[in-house]
Design a binder for this molecule. Structure first.
Ligand code: ZN
Length: 341
């Protein structure tokens, strides 16, 4: 909250952990302090103060009485007649006056959702008649087109009757649901091209590798090539990591498959225990001692010296410096995609 009043920390410490519903908390704040903070402001402040919500059992606000609307025609009829989008607490009070017990925000929201009478933010009603037909398309916030695929949401109050259109088209064309962990990509990168030929399902993991190896694609064929190359890269890594090695520090046999899973170096020549203990193989530089100090080069590079200047300082040629530094960048890049693959 860049401007405006700060939220009282004491109050938040006391009330936030017990919160069952952010809107109720905001109502409570408004009642007590006379102004209503934004949800984001509350979450941000709680996060800053490191206040956590209590486990749900401890703070769950139980309704005074469960209501199965379909089994309570009198209450249902009363609600349809008297719920005209007023605030939840006043509706609850009116309900209490008539039936002797109040309703929670959840009960009211669920009633409204299942009766198509949700209230918009601006207080206007959504009303059953203004619903759009199945097949209606809209542009979502992130620029992807979404499409209405069912009249009703399976989960009340959710929008699971709307789907990303490209995912929907892919599922229709392939006759199955998109597997978990997969995304549908537009092969030509045009988010308007819903030709099933342009839609390719790729696992999220693989997309990380595809981006890391740095090849571009512009249509289905080139995308499939990059997918294939990424798969080869993954397989090569797996093969490399599964090589049995002998740890030069402790003599134990090991492989780097665990490191592959958890983003360590698959080229490591010491076992994990020795690596964690910081043990280095004896004669690390045996046979490939470097003529120039690469660490020094990188340090100078990081401090902003030009390659030529570094070459002068260390008495070598500029290409040696640029090679050493590029090598380091490559290594870092490789690490990054190992982590994502
Ligand atoms: Zn070892």
């Amino acid at each position: 909250m860049p401007r405006g009043k700060p939220i009282d920390a004491e109050w938040l410490r006391e009330r936030y952990p017990m919160m069952t519903d952010i809107n109720e908390l905001l109502d409570e704040h408004e009642e007590k302090f006379g102004w209503r903070p934004s949800k984001t402001a509350v979450y941000t402040k709680a996060n800053k103060l490191r206040i956590r919500k209590k486990p749900i059992q401890g703070r769950h606000k139980r309704c005074e009485r469960p209501v199965y609307w379909c089994k309570e025609p009198e209450m249902e009829a009363w609600m349809l007649k008297h719920d005209h989008g007023q605030r939840v607490d006043s509706l609850s009070d009116e309900f209490r006056e008539r039936f002797g017990f109040g309703l929670t925000r959840n009960q009211i929201n669920l009633f409204r959702a299942s009766h198509g009478t949700q209230v918009r933010q601006d207080g206007t009603r959504r009303g059953g008649r203004t619903r759009v037909p199945v097949g209606t398309e809209r542009r979502g916030k992130d620029g992807y087109v979404v499409v209405k695929v069912r009249e009703e949401a399976d989960v009340a109050m959710s929008k699971d009757n709307w789907m990303l259109k490209h995912v929907h088209v892919w599922e229709q064309a392939n006759g199955r649901k998109l597997p978990k962990g997969y995304l549908v990509m537009f092969a030509d990168k045009n988010r308007e091209n819903f030709d099933p030929d342009n839609l390719v399902a790729v696992s999220r993991k693989l997309i990380g590798v595809m981006n890391a190896i740095g090849y571009e694609w512009h249509d289905r064929e080139s995308l499939m090539t990059v997918v294939a190359m990424a798969k080869i890269r993954v397989a090569r890594n797996r093969a490399e990591a599964s090589m049995r090695r002998v740890c030069p520090c402790c003599g134990k046999k090991f492989d780097n498959l665990n490191r592959l899973e958890h983003g360590g170096s698959i080229h490591s020549t010491v076992c994990e225990e020795c690596g964690k203990a910081g043990r280095k193989p004896p004669n690390d530089s045996g046979g490939r001692r470097r003529k120039y100090d690469h660490d020094k080069m990188r340090e100078l590079h990081a401090r902003g010296y030009k390659n030529e200047q570094i070459a002068d300082m260390l008495g070598c040629s500029a290409p040696i410096v640029s090679n050493a530094i590029n090598h380091e960048l490559e290594k870092r890049k490789a690490k990054r995609w190992q982590r994502t693959s």
